[in-house]
Structures are given as C-alpha cells and as structure tokens.
Design a binder for this molecule. Structure first.
Ligand SMILES: [Zn+2]
Length: 164
C-alpha cells in the first residue's frame, strides 16, 4: 500500500472526538485533507486537529476540538461526500471517480465487480491520492469492498425471489 493509505498518528489530540452537532464518534483527519477539499478556507485557519463526521444524517463534515475553529459542512466541500449522500452520483472512490452506480451497473451486467481489483492495482502502482481527494483522507478500498458485497447480497436476494 502507498503512504496515503496508512494511518498517521499526529499531535497529541485524541484519536476520536464527538461531532458537535449529532455526537457521532469521528476519526481524525489530516489538515492537508481539510485544506484540499474545503472550497474556500477562511482567513486565519487555526493549526488544530480536525475530525471527519461520517454520519449520513449529519451536515457537518469537518470539525475541530477547539469550538472557535470553523466547522465545515457538506456545501463547503469541493466534492460530494459519499457516506452522506442518498442520491446518485454517490462517490465511493475519489481518486479514479468510481461511484456506487458504477459498482451496481457492473454487477448487474456481469454478475460481479472488478472495480476493487482495478483500484488495488492503481494503489500498488502509487497512483492514488486519497489524502487530498477522499474526504475521509483514507483509502477508499474498504468502502468499495463493502459496497460491492452489499450489492451482491441485494442481487442474490432479488434472484432468490425471482426463483420462488
Ligand atoms: Zn456530525
């Protein structure tokens, strides 16, 4: 795996913090990720640890422990945050632009999806840039795999119903 897919420890800030709006446990996100994906940074951004709220029903994307530090919401970001979207296109892989729909289409057409394998090959070749493209700052492969499995399960359930 390339550097962008490894977890980095940082500062002395807690690894997990509660979102100030919905209280969801949120993991640390690198300042580079915040700066890369927020459309317009306010002047005088504090150097503090930010966290990524991945709760689907919460509008907050990035917040800091420091209540004075600006909070960034969905509309402040340059990209759609896949985990918070319910309508297409729902991005899953930000480096290579794969959406949930791409995975579903491939499975509908061929019965399986090779998207995770394709991304793995790109990651091995050092071509991913998750830390500046994925709102979580982390590698998307876990989400792609989860999405693929969820879609395969749905298909199996649908086929079982047709066979009944
Ligand atoms: Zn939240």
């Amino acid at each position: 795996m390339s550097d962008c897919c490894s977890l980095k420890g940082s500062s002395g800030a807690p690894g997990v913090a509660m979102c100030p709006v919905n209280g969801a446990r949120s993991k640390q996100v690198d300042m580079l990720t915040v700066k890369s994906l927020v459309r317009q940074l306010p002047l005088g951004m504090p150097h503090t640890q930010y966290y990524f709220c991945e709760a689907q029903d919460c509008d907050v994307v990035y917040f800091a422990l420091d209540p004075q530090a600006p909070v960034f919401r969905r509309a402040d970001l340059l990209v759609r945050v896949g985990v918070k979207e319910t309508a297409d296109p729902i991005p899953v892989c930000y480096c290579f632009g794969f959406t949930r729909g791409d995975i579903h289409d491939e499975i509908a057409e061929t019965g399986r999806s090779m998207i995770a394998e394709r991304i793995t090959a790109e990651v091995k070749a050092g071509n991913c840039a998750c830390e500046v493209k994925n709102p979580s700052g982390k590698c998307c492969l876990g989400s792609v795999t989860r999405e693929t499995q969820a879609c395969l399960r749905h298909l199996q359930i649908a086929e079982a119903k047709v066979a009944e």
